[in-house]
Design a protein around this ligand. Sequence first.
Ligand code: AMP
Length: 196
Amino acid sequence: MRLIFLGPPGAGKGTQAKRLTDKYGIPQLSTGDMLRAAVSAGTEVGIRAKAVMDAGGLVSDDIVNQIVSDRIVEPDCAKGFILDGYPRTVPQAKALAENMQAKSLRLDAVIELKVDEEALIRRIENRVAETIAAGGKVRPDDNPETFRKRMVEYHEKTAPLSQYYSEQGQLVTLDGMAGVDSVTAEIEHVLEKATA
Ligand code: AMP
């Protein structure tokens, strides 16, 4: 099972991806998590990515394409993977398609979670409050100002992916505002059909 989650920041892609990893035994590949790990580890990629990420911009396509290309051939991806936060631009989607074709891997589904932006801002605020309440560290890009910048980036560069995958006949759009459990149930239904 190889699938892509699309949707703006805060739409619940990560939450849903985590649930599916347990059910299908496939990893969630979050380029955001991978980049944050690179920043923490102080690698060359991390050093190049940090300022862009902190400002809510997008890291260059070359960097993320390479990270994903290397990651999807790891042994834990043998049964599939869930891409969360990648691709984020049409050139990334094209690079992924070439990359998967070269590796003879088939994409099973592209699931887009639709949400309204007011609600997203509330979700981000809740996420920050919950993290602080739990004694955790808030991500530097989880503040309303950077969030707005991330939304602008999303509309300019990532939203066109919906049309791209729709034209390929691969896009399924779900209501991300439904409760977490019902979104999961909808996704499972889509995946059953995709793999039937
Ligand atoms: P996320 O955790 O998916 O919200 O990603 C956090 C940040 O990492 C984004 O705001 C970008 O700066 C960077 N990032 C993550 N994935 C990508 C990607 N596919 N392309 C470019 N930048 C990315």
